[in-house]
Design a protein around this ligand. Structure first.
Ligand code: PMV
Length: 290
């Protein structure tokens, strides 16, 4: 049995596609698990009903992985289980690829190291998202907080903290959102620069465990993402609700257009923020960041 965790982008989404720094953290309490067993013929099972489109995507991902790993013998059964919500900015696509790659590595005794796992996962991410920065597959492969820039992770030493993750219930396409920002790149250049600066400042605040500043920077990052045109009324409402209930800061997380918001909470305001978000969100998750 092999698994891969979820992730949240704390700072710098979209800007990271254009070579600016972004910060991502693993969410280790949510996982995708994959098991490969010998079978008479190729088959797979998933713990939920897949749409036709999703079945096609899964078949394509398996092709990319088998091709990249030079695997020809495929009389296997692949069983996939996940507690990660899909298309909501929590890295479900990268987690799926990574759990399959790891399961294949075990089953075929390939002994892939993290670097190779990450490299194949990036190929899968290109299929899913067109022009990915690589931040999702990297944070999930290494399961460590990272500052990511130009394809390179810088591992961060940070004190544990808690995030409330609230789902808008609206599914977002990362590919479409990234295209939208790219099409207006000239207009967006200055905003992208500012987001990069926020990530740099956030790295310092996180390393000092200055969570008050981290929260303020999250609010700033959200406003910049709003200016970039990737927020929605529902995302803004959830962000404002979290801040109103006492969160230290809140922002959309991931490509926007739907998906999740994250709110930074401490022991004192955790329950209030959760209850306030539950009034507007279909699903509120607690993310313990270590
Ligand atoms: O996959 P999501 O929705 O968490 O967002 C990915 C983050 C982007 O910066 C928007 C794209 C990327 O490849 O970095």
């Amino acid at each position: 049995m092999n698994d891969a965790c979820g992730k949240i982008i704390l700072f710098g989404e979209h800007a990271v596609v254009f070579g600016k720094p972004g910060i991502a953290v693993p969410i280790t309490n949510l996982k995708t698990t994959v098991e490969i067993e010998l079978s008479d013929t190729f088959s797979y099972s998933v713990d939920r009903v897949l749409y036709e489109e999703e079945k096609d995507r899964l078949a394509d991902i398996l092709d990319i992985i088998f091709f990249s790993l030079d695997i020809e013998e495929k009389d296997i059964h692949i069983s996939i289980k996940s507690t990660l919500p899909i298309s909501s900015g929590m890295g479900s696509s990268a987690a799926l690829s990574i759990a399959i790659i790891r399961a294949a590595s075990d089953f075929y005794r390939l002994k892939l190291n993290d670097e190779k796992v990450n490299e194949v996962a990036l190929e899968c991410e290109k299929y899913f998202h067109g022009k990915p920065s690589g931040i999702d597959n990297t944070v999930i492969t290494y399961e460590k907080p990272i500052l990511y820039k130009d394809g390179e992770p810088d591992f961060l030493e940070i004190k544990p903290f808690t995030l409330m993750i609230a789902d808008t219930g609206d599914k977002a396409s990362t590919k479409k959102q990234v295209m939208k920002v790219k099409e207006n790149y000239d207009k967006n250049k200055e905003i992208i620069e500012k987001i990069g600066k926020v990530s740099q400042d956030a790295k310092l605040a996180l390393e000092k465990a200055d969570f008050k500043t981290v929260g303020t920077l999250m609010n700033k990052n959200h406003l910049l993402l709003k200016e970039l045109g990737v927020s929605t009324k529902k995302l803004d409402l959830l962000v404002e609700t979290a801040i109103g209930a006492g969160a230290l800061g809140a922002k959309l997380a991931g490509s926007g257009g739907g998906g999740n918001i994250i709110a930074l909470v401490d022991g004192k305001n955790k329950e209030e923020v959760k209850t306030a978000l539950e009034a507007f969100s279909k699903a509120v998750y607690v993310g313990e960041i270590k």
